[in-house]
Design a protein around this ligand. Structure first.
Ligand code: MET
Ligand SMILES: [Zn+2]
Length: 356
């Protein structure tokens, strides 16, 4: 079965498609659905990610499980899937004894796995394809984008600092740029449609990403996504307005938002981001549980209940967000529910599934 070009052309390696996400959103009834938690879903399928590489461990030991989870999210209605490179770093792989070359190959592999999942999905949902009885299917193909994940320096440290944003005074802008540079270059040349800078815990790291994108002439567009634990600032205490402004000023950044943050904060955070940018806003909260870095497990937040956030998604859409998904501890069911509730709220989305 032939590979189908998505209805929205992804960026090529020579030209940066500055309207990629705008076009994508416009063509999808004003919103797009991102996938849900990847690492926690791999764990739910039995992967042991208690390791400094976290989900990137599966790039080495169980790539087929990553494909499975990407496919589950595509089947659930996601139109943007995020690669397993969140905690895949050259420095992290080298600490395991791999060479630079092997490390870069694994980074590329994270994107190849997602591209392959997209191909499989397209292959089984191809416009004009025939079913087992020779009948032509006439269903419209849903465009899918592959976003290459870049997790923070704190994620690499695997000491919980991605949720404190506190790297200490010894870590400067140039430390962070040196840490991320090569990885971003490799991911930019991997065939991904965009780079998802996720769970950015402070302004310094947003600045580092922005300078890498400009100075290295990265030709794949990006999104910047911050995390918050108070509903006002990013986790370091830096102002979200300042952080989102860094993203707004960088012309290679096509969307700005929030991920891995309790659902109860999302509404207010969207309103803050809207004050400083007119770029599309993305939100993919976690399940509302909190990660305890000492116990290395997710625990229910004391005293505050985070009821199923899916019921709030239309409100988040109304207040200004246009890309919606889930982060840690959300599942394909969350994404299925998001897709369903948005399609009721604002017209029919692309068909989730064709009949055979
Ligand atoms: C700690 S946030 C992790 C984000 C990453 N995309 C994942 O779902 O695994
Ligand atoms: Zn998360």
């Amino acid at each position: 079965m032939g590979f189908q070009t998505p209805a929205v052309e992804p960026s090529s390696s020579s030209t940066l498609t500055l309207t990629l996400l705008d076009d994508f959103i416009k063509k999808s009834n004003g919103y797009a659905v991102i996938d849900g938690g990847l690492a926690t879903e791999l764990e739910r399928h039995g992967a042991n990610l208690n390791d400094p590489l976290w989900s990137a461990k599966c790039l080495i030991h169980s790539p087929q499980l990553i494909t499975r989870v990407h496919l589950d999210y595509l089947e659930a209605g996601a139109s943007i899937i995020i690669t397993a490179s969140y905690q895949a770093t050259i420095q992290g792989f080298k600490a395991k004894g791999l060479s630079s070359q092997e490390s870069e190959t694994l980074l590329k592999k994270s994107v190849e796995i997602a591209l392959e999942a997209r191909d499989i999905f397209y292959g089984s949902h191809t416009e004009g394809s025939c079913d087992d009885f020779g009948n032509e299917s006439t269903n419209q193909q849903r465009p899918v984008l592959v976003a290459a994940s870049v997790g923070s320096y704190g994620a690499y440290l695997a000491d919980g600092s991605e949720y404190s944003g506190d790297y200490g005074d010894a870590v400067t802008l140039s430390t962070l740029k040196d840490f991320h540079r090569r990885r971003v270059q490799v991911l930019a040349e991997s065939g991904a449609d965009l780079i998802a800078f996720e769970t950015i815990p402070n302004k310094l790291e947003a600045q580092a990403y922005s300078e890498i994108l400009e100075e290295e002439n990265i030709n794949v567009p990006a999104w910047f996504s911050f995390n918050s634990k108070d509903g006002v600032n990013v986790v370091s205490g830096d102002s979200l307005l300042d952080c989102a402004s860094v993203a707004d000023k960088c012309k290679k950044v096509l969307a700005v938002g929030i991920n891995c943050t309790p659902p109860r904060f999302i509404h207010g955070l969207i309103q803050l981001i809207k004050k400083v940018t007119s770029k599309p806003i993305l939100v993919y909260p976690n399940s509302g549980e909190t990660y305890d870095p000492d116990r290395k497990e997710w625990v229910q937040s004391a005293g505050v209940s985070d009821e199923d956030f899916v019921s709030h998604v239309n409100k988040w859409h109304e207040v200004g967000a246009s890309l919606f998904g889930g982060c840690c501890r959300t599942t394909p069911n969350t994404i299925r529910a998001i897709n369903k509730i948005l399609s009721k709220g604002s017209g029919a989305p692309f068909q989730q599934k064709v009949s055979y």
